[in-house]
Design a protein around this ligand. Structure first.
Ligand code: PAF
Length: 305
């Protein structure tokens, strides 16, 4: 496994690896699967790496805590990091190349970018509303990484379903020649969605946090009642999370996915899902102490994630 910290080093290592793979296999090309991360890898990242390993000849992992996607007062300075452990995990999953740049390498003008990518509409609600500037930071760094790595496929977790929608929109609008592969959320045994931020939780908060996943899972039972409207669903979701005293709701919302258009509040959820054939995202951002966790469920269109 080759670890590169500069763009020049990375490009030449990738080119060499592609040539070696092509020579060895006799195939016309060696496909590149890319997993962009901010490090502190967990089994959720592992599932993306494993899928990339199964589907592509070359697997590239990037580890970069992107300052552009953190607002002032967010957790950039304390974001958990463990490069040595990350490299060991990457090796276990058979990663070929790791791109681990410094902030100066990615943003030579400092922790800023004079050219930024702004995706509109799909960034207006949920995390786009509660974290202004966040998705411009994500879209900018992901487009830079796509230019550097030039992957055939890029793997993202559906825990960040809005991020997936933003990147798919950007890739379509700007004609990036990459296939976005959205992968299911990986969970702890008690349902808590894996996140690098889970390490911030105190023991008490950790015990309380699965309320989000439990509530999202209960939706299946609620939907058995065909008279349940989207307004009723919203009320039940809010009541269930508010019942946990350690939880402070940032948002819990049901929206169409991936357009994030509003839903008809007075219609039956079950009937709308069956008749429209569209998908609904139930997305939650909930704080436990200072730790803000996100999770979601996708319904309809064959999805039960
Ligand atoms: O999901 C993440 O870890 C980050 O938002 C990403 C996609 C690596 C961009 O910094």
């Amino acid at each position: 496994m080759n670890v590169c910290t500069t763009i020049t080093q990375f490009r030449s290592a990738l080119k060499q690896l592609q040539q070696e793979k092509i020579q060895h296999s006799g195939a016309a090309e060696a496909t590149v699967g890319f997993v962009p991360t901010m490090g502190y890898l967990h089994a959720g990242h592992g599932s993306l790496l494993a899928r990339a390993r199964r589907e592509c000849e070359i697997v590239v992992l990037s580890i970069f805590v992107n300052p552009l996607q953190f607002a002032v007062g967010e957790d950039l300075t304390i974001y958990p990091r463990d490069e040595q452990r990350d490299l060991a995990v990457a090796a276990e999953y058979g990663v070929d190349l790791v791109f681990m740049p410094t902030v100066a390498e990615m943003y030579p003008a400092g922790a800023t970018s004079l050219t930024t990518v702004h995706v509109t509409q799909v960034t207006e609600k949920l995390c786009g509303a509660s974290r202004p500037g966040h998705f411009a930071g994500v879209a900018t760094v992901v487009s830079k990484l796509f230019h550097i790595v030039q992957p055939d496929k890029a793997y993202f977790g559906l825990k960040d379903a809005q991020q997936v929608a933003v990147i798919e929109q950007m890739v379509g609008d700007l004609n990036f020649p990459v296939q976005i592969v959205a992968c299911p959320t990986v969970r702890e045994a008690d349902g808590l969605a894996l996140s690098s931020r889970n390490v911030y939780l105190s023991a008490e908060e950790r015990a309380a946090a699965p309320v989000i996943a439990r509530t999202l899972a209960e939706v299946d039972d609620w939907l058995e009642d065909t008279s349940l409207t989207f307004a009723d669903l919203q009320d039940r979701l809010e009541a269930a999370i508010h019942a946990q005293p350690l939880a402070t709701v940032d948002y819990i919302e049901c929206l169409q996915y991936p357009s994030f258009a509003d839903l008809p509040q007075d219609l039956s959820c079950a009937e709308w899902l069956a008749q429209s054939g569209r998908r609904v995202l139930i997305a939650a951002a909930v704080k436990f102490g200072k730790t803000r966790l996100i999770d979601n469920r996708l319904l309809g269109g064959g999805h039960r994630v």
